[in-house]
Write a protein that binds this ligand. Sequence first.
Ligand SMILES: Cc1cc2nc3c(=O)[nH]c(=O)nc-3n(C[C@H](O)[C@H](O)[C@H](O)COP(=O)(O)OP(=O)(O)OC[C@H]3O[C@@H](n4cnc5c(N)ncnc54)[C@H](O)[C@@H]3O)c2cc1C
Length: 489
Amino acid sequence: MSQQSSSVEVAIIGSGFGGLCAAINLRKRGIEDFVILERRSFMGGTWFQNRYPGAAVDVQSALYSLADEPYDWSQLFAEGHELRDYTQKVIDKYQLTDKTRLNWTVGQAEWLEDSQCWQLTRDSGERVTARFLINATGPLSTPVTPDFPGRDAFQGASFHTNDWDTSYDHRGKRVAVIGSGASAAQVIPAIADEVGELHVFQRTPHWVIPRPDYVFKPWQRRLLQNRGVYHLLRKLIYWALEGRVLGFKYSKTILNLVARRRAIKLLKRQVADETVREKLTPDYTVGCKRIILSDTLYPALTRPTTQLHDKQNGIARITERGIVTQQGQTIDLDLIVYSTGFDATDGLISYPVYGRGGVALRDKWATFPRAYLGTAVPDFPNLFIVTGPNTGIGHTSALFIIESQMLYIMGCIDRVRRKNSKSIEVRPDAEESYTRHIHSEMERTVWKSGGCNSWYQSKSGHVIAMFPGFSFTYRRWTNNFRADDHRIV
Ligand SMILES: Cc1cc2nc3c(=O)[nH]c(=O)nc-3n(C[C@H](O)[C@H](O)[C@H](O)COP(=O)(O)OP(=O)(O)OC[C@H]3O[C@@H](n4cnc5c(N)ncnc54)[C@H](O)[C@@H]3O)c2cc1C
């Protein structure tokens, strides 16, 4: 067991956009004494990890990109390979490879009161100490695979969409996709005409609206090379998407007029069979679960080689050869794809974190995960959680939120360093009042009152994965440091 140890000013855990953005911001302010710790053998997070066929972003790429890093996107909604190219370009531009230790899974973080720093322990026993700790382990990086009876008995291939085996040839095979969320809606149309048989197990249908994708013409791409034009497009997209909050939070009438009507129209146009249409019609308010953007999902679900199994004929058990449904149908399979999502709430940070006096973050979050600005927790000095509780966003780009968090995080780090202090910590009453406000605002949102169960909710029933408001409100909060809310030691 290696017991090496090293010390840095800032440790960043995770090399997705959250970690990269933190590293870029440190570099921009001349802080070079930092390290990125990444558990995988590669950098880049989400788009390097999620390599399933059809993976693509659901937010227009000019907005789903870092504000200072425009890119020559080939289409409005970039696909996985282009998102990987973009991420790699950012990594290369800021020379972040040398700053990253790969295969470095953080197994534990502990605040050392005497030396006022964080000690991170790798699974192998190696240690890193750091004055500041930026956790950027991702909101959707802990995949969930339900424990179906007999799951491990299956003798064919099986994997989660998050862990797609790119060496597996699915062509001509008998495949089951379990799940009907955002990843399933991308993978199903991408493989439907390549596999021999496709069985889709859907517990709850999602509302689906058309995906307004568009491949840029060469002259448009040339025009978008101009920074001013790119930023204008970015702004137009931003404000168009921000309008969605009016529906999600303030008016179900708007939601029904804008989204439900389009969803029903698409369903009627693409699904002729009334029984299938019924199976695909959700019984909860549109927006309560993530709205799917797709023109290709319904045609894939209605192919002669596809069978849709709804919750009336769900999975009873998994056997060596395949799946037995609740109605007793035996389905022989070569591949089971788990498109069953992530633990975005209670399991937000997957390793143990011990703060001042040995208090465990897990205990602090026993009722539900909570943090000031979704980023700072009392008793956990100098710890910043990127994409923490209630920073998720359904209507716009997660990168806008990450960049907003950086304003707060870097502001805190600058303050401690400027004053030659040791640590900064949010006051308990400030966190309490912030969290109370967030959850009282949440009451009026469709995620709380839309009549569905979703991955946005923790076991406690609190909606944890979403920010209940306009993203510009969050940006304003993160940009306005409140000294009274903090204790600087
Ligand atoms: C399939 C998919 C589609 C998505 N589509 C959209 C979209 O359309 N629009 C949108 O706004 N958002 C989307 N998201 C959300 C996405 O998570 C964010 O956009 C963004 O990529 C989050 O970046 P991150 O750096 O916080 O997390 P990630 O990109 O997940 O990076 C986290 C990194 O931390 C590493 N890590 C985790 N635990 C440890 C540990 N213990 N030790 C060391 N390293 C660790 C992981 O290996 C990973 O590299 C999508 C997510 C998924 C999974």
